[in-house]
Design a protein around this ligand. Sequence first.
Ligand code: GDP
Ligand code: ZN
Length: 370
Amino acid sequence: MFPLLSHLTPAHPFHGYGWDEGFAESFVDCAEGDQSLTPARIVRVDRGRCEVVVPDGAGVRTVRADVAPVATGDPLAIMCTGDFAAVDLGQGCVRALLPRRTAFVRSTSSKRSEGQILAANVDQAVIAVSLAAELDLGRIERFLALAWESGAQPQVVLTKSDLVPDPHALSHLVSDAETVAPGVQVLPVSAATGDGVDVLAAQLVSGTSVLLGQSGAGKSTLANALLGEAVQDVQATRDADGKGRHTTTTRDLLPLPWGGVLIDTPGLRGVGLWDAEEGLSQVFSEVEALAETCRFHDCAHQGEPGCAVLAAVADGSLPERRLDSYRKLMRENQRLAARTDARLRAEIRRDWKQKQALGRHMMERKGRGR
Ligand code: GDP
Ligand code: ZN
């Protein structure tokens, strides 16, 4: 009934671009039987045009397409790298975007602009922190908040581990980073020696990843190490039709040689300020868990009786630095929070949750054989 999808078995190269059953269902809902539509993933957006990868026989190919005209003022409708879409190859244009699972949204201070989507459908956010300088735990917390807020699972990599040859010193640094990253793995890596790069590559084999971090943290070097020697070669081998039709322009989304997809956009590289209240709650989950047990519901942890947070600081189980950082980032976030962006993110989550609920419903119906 849907010949375009029936051949997209899990072994099809399009899966190497993050395509999975969930998106296949979204596509079917979205296309409503329109045979002129093909599923696609956006690998680059450039001044009103975009590059997409589409399944092509037993392989994939890259085509350029026009961006579908969208109602102005709806930032959700603006496509970005990582989006899955339904494209009309005959007309050479993107017709619709599939619901997003996750999104990195840049908060903007401008009243007119309602935030900018930097990347969509990212499953894992790898936060690169350089070991060449003293660990800035506050900065790690900021990037963690940004990652959680997007819906992606964060992971911290301590880069340039070759600069810390003493294993004891290294494990201390890993522990330090772990104290600010509950629920997050911390992995030392060195692009120079290759240490840890294989472990990281193995963790990124499924889904879509991004590299976040300060300029100079070693993101580009690590991306090259993950991608292997020649990015173009990677692209060519992914073209399973054997014609090796690769483009010469740089792409913002690349399949990794061992599996998985890496998104690297200029916008994400520079991302810094954000509105990430939910993300902050996850970064400071242990502080918020303690706060739940304070005697007063609205405890401000400023010396109220029965304050579990201050008690934990007093007995040393919660580092004071951590509480200070929590307060500081919460305050900063409240100053920055552009309400429109919060609404935008909430909308993305709701869309996807509805989509998931619908998907489950369809699966159940299928299971019962209708
Ligand atoms: P980006 O700005 O985050 O993309 O950082 P780069 O990848 O450009 O790296 C910044 C600097 O760190 C460069 O001078 C790299 O040569 C250096 N660098 C990157 N990875 C490593 C590493 O694993 N070990 C060492 N010693 N230096 C590294
Ligand atoms: Zn309290």
